[in-house]
Design a protein around this ligand. Sequence first.
Ligand SMILES: [Zn+2]
Ligand SMILES: [Zn+2]
Length: 315
Amino acid sequence: MERPYQILLYYYFRPLQEPQAVVEAQERLCRELGLLGRILVASEGLNGTVAGPRAATRAYMEHMRDNPLFPGIEFKVDDWHEVPFLKLHVRLKNEIVNLSAPEELRPWEESGEYVEPEEMRRLLREQPEDVVILDARSNYETRLGRFKGALTLDIDNFRDLPDKLHELEHLKDKTIVTYCTGGIKCEKVTALMKKRGFEHVKQLHGGIVRYAHETGGEDFEGNCYVFDGRVSVPVNQVNPTVISPCSVCGAHTVEMVNCANADCNAHLLVCHDCQQQLEGCCSRDCMHSERRRVYDGKGIYYRGVNSKKFVKTGN
Ligand SMILES: [Zn+2]
Ligand SMILES: [Zn+2]
């Protein structure tokens, strides 16, 4: 399939004196270039994922690299056959990724040392005993896919992570390498862990996305959860596997949907066969809901687009 569009993933930690001015400038720039996606700005920096035609994403990257606020900004770039966003959102937030740690964090000077993708590949292959690979993401992400041998935390949301760190006390003498989707969560997590006495904590530079680009994704098991219309993307071109069970029948699948019952809307793994049988619902019960939405074969619902088309159930 032809892929004339690009999806950019990027972040930048630094103190911003006038975040509201950055919001306005980003909004203007993206509208001018015709980019869609989501950009969060806070007094600690900027976090974005935007997409559009190649010429537009290229112009955006050039513009950002020339912007004195973001020297050396790094982009993860994926080619795709469509734009996986419906709108542009540029928002002012308290944090550019919401960890809600009680400690004040300054990731630009406190975060963990980088582990580059090639070094990560070696660690995964050799599994040295004094190194722990820690997944900094939430259950719905780690369930879909993770690095071989990685330790996962039982959290439904990133902001639950600070309360879980005490479970890792026994690992304080080990080297801990954290990873996440694109690297931004780890900038904060490693800064927090260092504050809490984890002395040897490092982070995968650029996250799973950059690892996939640079190493072919070796030893990543399953798919990667992404925060755009693609939802679940392959990582591993070297030794791929599928590890996540369909929440209905248990068969392995990488397909994630929202339950078609608007009152349930659960975000979960449902295999292709079960999606067909349950018409995009997560259970027979949900199939009988009066607020069952029309299943379009994708199972993703957008406000104002397909979220209000209900099936007439006749009961
Ligand atoms: Zn199934
Ligand atoms: Zn349901």
